[in-house]
Write a protein that binds this ligand. Structure first.
Ligand SMILES: CC(=O)SCCNC(=O)CCNC(=O)[C@H](O)C(C)(C)COP(=O)(O)OP(=O)(O)OC[C@H]1O[C@@H](n2cnc3c(N)ncnc32)[C@H](O)[C@@H]1OP(=O)(O)O
Ligand SMILES: O=C([O-])CC(=O)C(=O)O
Length: 470
């Protein structure tokens, strides 16, 4: 015990100093007099976290954690244990746990807005980064801090204004996030030759700035492409989800604001292997700034097998209604599912690389719908598809998971409140995903994680490896 304490305090000294010097170097700190700030909380916990990993590796570093088959190599690395992700772990049957907590648990535990029912995503960001449930005051301070950092540089707004409205919102989003590189304190500090031990502090500052600016950027894209181009200013005394809802033009609807709080909370993190999280981590491992790393992750999220599936689901449902007309019987839905499969297409919103049961994120959205929009015809259609699709997909016999994922439900909630433009939906997913992948980037830098570089072989080389003749 004593020796761990000595080790920890020595580490604490070596980490604490650079934090101070980072602050002196101009890295911003908005710590509250009332409650311990997020940065201080993370910094105080860091020496013990570093020590934990050091000890684990020292004592067990040479233990085998898995073996890899040739099928896994050709099968999208499914199931290969090769990443470290602290924020969440995904169980194939149970679904996601954020720092050990299920979605219903975080709905209970995380602070809510006054009069609100859903957790504030600020709280989940705190939990993902520190492993601790923040107090209501800490979450309030974080909302205020993000609001204070929300100004978007004029050239980024102009860049968005210059995009043709036919450029997909996700391409505009990742473009704008890439352009924020101009503001990166990490990139500037690195260029000046900052000490490795200070990387995390600048990564933290960049991540906070980046997250703070996303509602204005996301809303600018929405308002430019679909409305009058005007975006309301951030209200400094309001929470992140209220501001996003308000800037999109839906701030007057309390239920939509609540939906945003739920939506931004549940879409954050899904362990490290999904395309957006893994890409952000991979690009970040080259010490690219948080802006460039997140932008890369967003570009992965924009693929139809990943986050873009939420737009595909609503489009698919709309096409089904057009094809089938008002006769939405179980039989006609079944036939439509088969026509999708027989055309060699996937049923969007169904299946998953890891999950083998209904996604608990789907369940939490369904519960929201049952409370707020039980009679909406699109919700009823989604529910009817939920009854039929698993059976059809099972009979089809290809997918390992015939149940719905998060994307099967999100669009139907948004369209109910008037956000009907499906090809915008993944931008909202991206705002939330930033809150999940950036904590890990900060942790990666704090733990000094190395550049990622797995081994590849040619088919000939693999054949040789397994003793096959081609
Ligand atoms: C936030 C998220 O990213 S959640 C996922 C969002 N994506 C979607 O909803 C798109 C539809 N779903 C899919 O395409 C897949 O289920 C994925 C991409 C999510 C997972 O892919 P995999 O892990 O490869 O799934 P799985 O191992 O079950 O695939 C086996 C076969 O079933 C097919 N399959 C999987 N899901 C579906 C589906 N929903 N509809 C039709 N076929 C499917 C695969 O295309 C694959 O076919 P192939 O052998 O001809 O290549
Ligand atoms: O885990 C995955 O592969 C995809 C997913 O659901 C997510 O990233 O949210």
């Amino acid at each position: 015990m004593a020796s761990i304490r000595i080790g920890t305090s020595a580490l604490r000294a070596s980490v604490a100093k650079p934090i101070q010097s980072a602050a002196l170097n101009g890295a911003r700190c908005y710590s509250s007099a009332k409650a311990k700030s997020l940065k201080d909380t993370f910094a105080d916990n860091l020496p013990a976290e570093i020590e934990k990993v050091k000890k684990l590796r020292k004592e067990h570093g040479n233990k085998v954690v898995g073996e890899v088959t040739l099928d896994q190599v050709y099968g999208g690395a499914r199931g290969i244990k090769s990443l470290v992700w602290e924020g969440s772990v995904l169980d194939s049957e149970e679904g996601i746990r954020f720092r050990g907590r299920t979605i219903p648990e975080i709905q209970q535990l995380l602070p809510k807005a006054p009069g609100g029912e859903e957790p504030l995503p600020e709280g989940l960001f705190w939990l993902l980064l520190t492993g601790e449930i923040p107090s209501a005051q800490q979450v309030k301070d974080l909302s205020a801090e993000w609001a204070a950092r929300s100004d978007v540089p004029a050239f980024v707004e102009e860049l968005i204004d210059r995009c043709p409205s036919t450029l997909h919102p996700m391409a505009q989003f990742s473009l704008a996030v890439t352009a924020l590189e101009h503001e990166s304190s990490f990139a500037k500090a690195y260029a000046k030759g900052v000490n490795k031990k200070e990387y995390w502090s600048y990564t933290f500052e960049d991540s906070m700035d980046l997250i703070a600016k996303l509602p204005t950027i996301a809303s600018k894209i929405y308002r430019n492409v679909f409305k009058d181009g005007k975006v309301a200013p951030i209200q400094k005394d309001k929470d992140y989800s209220f501001n996003l809802a308000n800037q999109l033009g839906f701030g007057g609807n309390k239920d939509f604001v609540e939906l945003m709080r739920l939506y931004l909370t549940i879409h954050t993190d899904h362990e490290g292997g999904n395309v957006s999280a893994h890409t952000t981590h991979l690009v970040g491992s080259a010490l690219s700034s948080p802006m460039l790393s997140l932008s890369a992750g967003l570009q992965g999220l924009a693929g139809p097998l990943h986050g873009l599936a939420n737009q595909e689901v609503l489009n698919w449902l709309t096409k089904m209604k057009q094809a089938v007309g008002n006769d939405l019987t179980d039989e006609s839905i079944k036939n439509y599912l088969w026509s999708t499969l027989n055309a060699g297409q996937v049923v969007p919103g169904y299946g998953h690389a890891v999950l083998r049961k209904t996604d608990p994120r789907y369940v939490s959205q369904r519960e929201f719908a049952l409370r707020k929009l039980p009679d909406d015809p699109m919700f009823k259609l989604v529910s009817q598809v939920y009854k039929i699709a698993p059976g059809v997909l099972t009979e089809h016999g290809k997918t390992k998971n015939p149940f719905p994922n998060v994307d099967a439900h999100s669009g139907v909630l948004l369209q109910y409140y008037g956000l009907t433009e499906a090809n915008y939906y993944t931008v909202l997913f991206g705002v939330s995903r930033a809150l999940g992948v950036l904590p890990q980037l900060i942790i990666d830098r704090a733990l000094g994680m190395p550049i990622e570089r797995p081994k590849s072989f040619s088919t000939e080389a693999y054949a040789k490896l397994v003793g096959a003749k081609l």
